[in-house]
Design a binder for this molecule. Structure first.
Ligand SMILES: NC(=O)c1ccc[n+]([C@@H]2O[C@H](COP(=O)([O-])OP(=O)(O)OC[C@H]3O[C@@H](n4cnc5c(N)ncnc54)[C@H](O)[C@@H]3O)[C@@H](O)[C@H]2O)c1
Length: 716
């Protein structure tokens, strides 16, 4: 099928209708050949007698998804970027300069290049549908809008709204897009085509070409749009970006620069040239390449099923039971009902059920307040959650997720009991974080229907689910739980059973090393700041220990010691912490101090004396502090991936570490980061630390040694 078929123009009297429907693709995307064909179609319109041009998509839920990311990925030099961006800009200038009045009729996702396309039109009408989402997500990929988005958006919606859209890189729903001024009209999807055509006919008769220019309403907006006010707006935007990113993400800063230099500039070519120059600078960065890598990781999950055999299909899941209405059970019930699943919770007491119900209700109330959902949806979601103290209703459920106390014997007993109260083909999944799924399966009379489904805390925020396949778990069970995780809005990764599965297995040596560094005299804040500000972790390792619970941390390190021997050494100070009753955030006393409602304050200065330690002397610099922690994770990763095959590929490690621990996406994930340093350098550094600090645990593992000797990396 030719590209010719993908973009076609038809004429209805005075109106030209350009329809996009990329042949053989699920979405419309603006690759170079598509842009070329789009240009030809515009040329055809230009020389026609049409007075109005309507641009629309024939895809069911997509207007234009954006530029072709595969093409961006393959651009290397600034010259490559310049050529690609200039080509796009010229075509959208051509669209803007058409003698015809232009209307974009938008239904479905309209992102990146798609949004830049509609910005080059005179008018924009959109369907009021949940699939209609419009915006410029380029900064999420480490680049900036380069087909005129940085230049045109502020002119259409004003400076502040444009900065909000471009810097956050998030798409606006139809209502928000209308409120912001990004679209002129909003109609029900069922009448979008008719209303667009009727508007086009009206404009053909009476209308003139009109380029919308934002005019500020109200004194405050007028001041902020003025030359003095703009300075304030730009400074504030820059400060906010730096606060959030610690300077690790250059794209938003470049976008601010472009808008600052071009806003109000009447020479279009000069403005677009500035946009191109900045695009070329960000496009070539490793950060952008890494963020594109992360984008592909998330796309990979969308296509996967959890097993290699494509013939195995997921069973339909409509109703899910949750055993245990605590921290995790409450969160699981919320996300399930939020996505339209019937959630039935069982606990031992009403108090816990009440708390879970309130937890879900509070989260939806927040969405209601923000107008993300309406009252009807709020009620509908709430109605999907029910609870009880017995197994009433369990016979009708497709899956039950167990989230009760972390005790093997109790879990086995409850799993057996639950199986008796469910259909024979119902699946039971355990949310255990540290127990063996293989052993727990002994509690189930039909272990092929038993699997691990490890969510992360807080469930509504953390995207990862580890799907743990036990030796007897059937492939159909894996596929069904993999699909269910996606349905619940999560990113599943299939992992093999083993201590800590994947994420905690890599995280524990890292957290443990941070405690050693603390024990050796590093100040809590200094150490955590290295990880947050310099490395880009969302939270320092000691703050994370507090979140997890110091009691839980110690328990898990001991389990690991049993499993891995010398590879795990327990810092003396950890044993002492256990005795002081410091549990971390949950009792307001850990490495940090907390307010009564759990907000983290300063590091606790009293902890050193209480543990019989001297005041911190910070004996090591940033390099050693970071390398000992991060390289410990990498060391363990070589063994987990190459020897134990906990997951199959470095892609899964990277996805899991980003989605499960917040490992900085701009570094591309743990394996990508490791490759950027080199296995030999990592092994040498660890070898040196092991000697200098008399720390056996830091010695390179066999798998890392092998990688280093053969100069192998994870990806190549
Ligand atoms: N909290 C976390 O950060 C986290 C993260 C991932 C996984 N997990 C795992 O999730 C599970 C639950 O952890 P949590 O933090 O939600 O615990 P929690 O203590 O907050 O909640 C456990 C709930 O289970 C209930 N319960 C106990 N026995 C029960 C039974 N026989 N039937 C029904 N309900 C019963 C309790 O009344 C309580 O409400 C554990 O296996 C834990 O390892 C916890």
């Amino acid at each position: 099928m030719s590209i010719q078929e993908s973009i076609r123009v038809r004429f209805e009297q005075d109106i030209a209708v350009l329809e996009m429907d990329l042949v053989g693709e699920k979405v419309n995307k603006l690759s170079t050949p598509v842009m070329k064909r789009f240009h030809e179609a515009l040329e055809q319109v230009k020389v026609s007698s049409a007075k109005v041009l309507v641009i629309k998509s024939l895809k069911p839920k997509i207007f234009v998804a954006g530029a072709d990311i595969e093409e961006i990925k393959n651009l290397v030099t600034p010259e490559d970027f310049e050529k690609a961006v200039k080509g796009g800009q010229d075509i959208f200038n051509f669209l803007e300069d058409l003698p015809q009045i232009t209307i974009a009729s938008i239904h479905g996702a309209c992102a990146g290049g798609g949004c830049e396309l509609i910005l080059a039109c005179d008018y924009r009408i959109a369907s009021e549908d949940s699939s209609t989402r419009i915006g410029l997500p380029e900064t999420q990929l480490g680049i900036i809008p380069g087909f005129g988005g940085c230049v045109r958006l502020p002119r259409v919606v004003g400076l502040q709204a444009a900065l909000d859209v471009i810097l956050a890189g998030k798409l606006l729903n139809a209502k928000k897009a209308k409120k912001t001024g990004l679209v002129d009209k909003l109609v029900h999807p069922g009448i979008l085509a008719e209303v667009t055509m009727s508007w086009a006919r009206e404009l053909a008769k009476t209308g003139a070409k009109r380029r919308k220019v934002y005019t500020p309403v109200g004194i405050v907006n007028q001041i902020l749009e003025g030359s003095l006010g703009r300075g304030v707006v730009f400074n504030k935007a820059k400060a906010e970006v730096l606060k959030k990113t610690h300077g690790h993400y250059p794209a938003p800063l470049h976008a601010i620069e472009v808008i600052k230099k071009t806003y109000g500039q009447s020479d279009r070519e000069a403005a677009l040239k500035i946009e191109r120059e900045h695009f070329c600078q960000v496009g070539v960065t490793a950060v952008s390449k890494n963020l594109i890598h992360v984008f592909y990781l998330t796309e990979m999950v969308k296509k996967q099923t959890g097993v290699s055999n494509a013939m195995i299909k997921a069973k339909e899941v409509k109703s899910v039971g949750v055993l245990g209405a605590g921290t995790m059970g409450g969160g699981i019930a919320y996300i399930g009902a939020d996505k339209g699943l019937n959630m039935r919770i069982k606990d031992l007491n009403f108090e816990a059920l009440g708390k879970a119900y309130k937890h879900a209700s509070d989260l939806w109330l927040k969405l209601l307040k923000k107008k993300v959902i309406d009252k009807y949806q709020y009620k509908q979601k709430l109605d999907l959650v029910s609870g009880g103290l017995d197994y009433a209703g369990f016979k009708t459920l497709d899956v039950a997720i167990e989230a009760i106390v972390e005790d093997m014997n109790i879990k086995k007993k409850v799993i057996g009991e639950t199986a008796k109260n469910m259909r024979a083909d119902a699946i039971i999944a355990t949310n255990t974080s540290s127990l063996s799924v293989t052993e727990m399966a002994e509690g189930h009379p039909r272990p092929e229907f038993f699997v691990g489904m490890h969510f992360f805390n807080p469930v509504d925020k953390m995207p990862l689910v580890e799907v743990i396949k036990g030796p007897k778990t059937s492939e159909e069970t894996v596929v069904t739980i993999f699909e269910l995780s996606k349905k619940m809005g999560k990113m599943p990764v299939v992992v093999k059973d083993g201590p800590g599965f994947l994420v905690n297995r890599l995280l524990i040596p890292y957290l443990n090393e941070a405690v050693f560094l603390f024990q050796e005299g590093m100040d809590i804040k200094t150490l955590d700041d290295y990880y947050v500000k310099t490395f880009g972790m969302p939270m320092g390792p000691l703050a994370l220990m507090d979140e997890v619970g110091l009691d839980v941390g110690i328990k898990v390190v001991k389990i690991f010691k049993k499993a891995f021997g010398d590879r795990i050494e327990i810092p003396e100070v950890m044993e002492k912490i256990e005795k002081t009753g410091r549990l971390g955030k949950k009792n307001g006393k850990g490495f940090y101090q907390y307010t009564s409602d759990g907000k983290r304050l300063e590091a606790d200065p009293g902890i050193y004396a209480e543990l019989g330690m001297k005041s911190p002397t910070n004996p090591y610099g940033e390099k050693e502090c970071l390398e000992r922690g991060i390289f410990s994770m990498i060391n363990e990763c070589t063994e987990a991936l190459n020897e134990d095959r906990i997951v199959e590929t470095p892609h899964e490690v990277d996805l899991a570490m980003i989605m499960g621990t917040g490992f900085p996406p701009f570094r591309g994930g743990l394996c990508k980061y490791s490759d950027s340093i080199g296995s030999l350098n990592i092994a040498n550094a660890l070898e040196e630390y092991a000697v200098q600090r008399k720390a056996k645990r830091l010695k390179p593992l066999k798998a890392l040694d092998q990688m280093a000797k053969t100069q192998r990396s994870f990806y190549y």
